[in-house]
Design a protein around this ligand. Sequence first.
Ligand code: IPM
Ligand code: MN
Length: 374
Amino acid sequence: MKEKVNLLLLPGDGIGPEVCIPVKKIINCLNNFTNIEFSIEEDLVGGCSYDEFKLPITEKVISKAKASDGILLGAVGAPKYENLPFDLRPERGLLKLRKELELYANIRPAKVFNSLADASSLKPNIVKNMDIVVLRELTGGIYFGEPRGIFELDDGQKKGINTEVYTTNEIVRLGRIGFEIANLRNKTVHSVEKANVMESGVLWREETTKLHSKEFSHINLKHMYADNCAMQLVKNPKQFDVILTGNLFGDILSDISAELTGSLGMLPSASLGEIGDSKRRKSLYEPVHGSAPDIAGKNIANPIAMILSLSMFCNYTLKNNILSSQIENAVEKVLENGYRTKDIMQKNCNLLSTSEMGDVVTENLKNILEKNEL
Ligand code: IPM
Ligand code: MN
């Protein structure tokens, strides 16, 4: 009996649809050579949904997302939507998915692939073998806190407000995932906030410390202010294992750590919620790179982040870490063999298009699966 898996694929805007084509080939390959049977439903999110329905995501798609075993999303956003009201912008489609499915734990690995250590803007010895996970809170904090809005003042000025809010539960449920991830890695968590100036940061520190001493005292916990963390990331990134932080700081720190790898086009992410109706954790997987409108439609984007997002799906939703490593290994092999897309091109390497890169990874994966190698 094959294990049946229902995937909702939301290619979205910009390079999203292009990088989803290779991932469909990989899924086909998994259907042919493993005991998993993926069925894919495809739908709209972001600007393409706005073009069709005047909404960045429809209720129908939200329902499909809730019923699925997991969502793979390409990217949302394009310059032509920038003047739309806030609620109709492509990004709102993604934010609504995160919020309605309560996908509160955003895992953003930043790993330097051996063959790409030269690609970083930092010196190779600073980043070689760097392997960090940023765990970002995704459904709370200043992104969603109330009050919010732009209000008129009596003197004719306006006032823009957003509010940073965190509750015990929000901090503890994320912290638990952070300690669990660290437990499978180098057993170090840096909890990052601004407890020197923000009450939400004081609470973050208190609750994380309590959780640590109650359940995870075998993990090494360090506290760090967010500004210092940004500086330490570019000074000595290898001191970090898991960075545990809120929504806004996580947004910023994950961009820094991603760029340290020199290959934004390679980085996947997972957003996890609680266990859903399908007995699996609700989950959404997407590349970190975004819609990259400047290169959209040219078949030059790097599909590896999208492919590695599928690998994260196998790991975190299917709990199949063998399959997940097999996909990762197929990617590593292709890089070792000198195949590159434009964004990671190096001297004496072989330049491939998006679709060609997809084909080479699929071919390598097929070999690995046929021989059942790890
Ligand atoms: C990210 C993006 C999003 C965010 C945008 C597109 C809403 O920057 O996933 O990091 O700010 O969370
Ligand atoms: Mn961001």
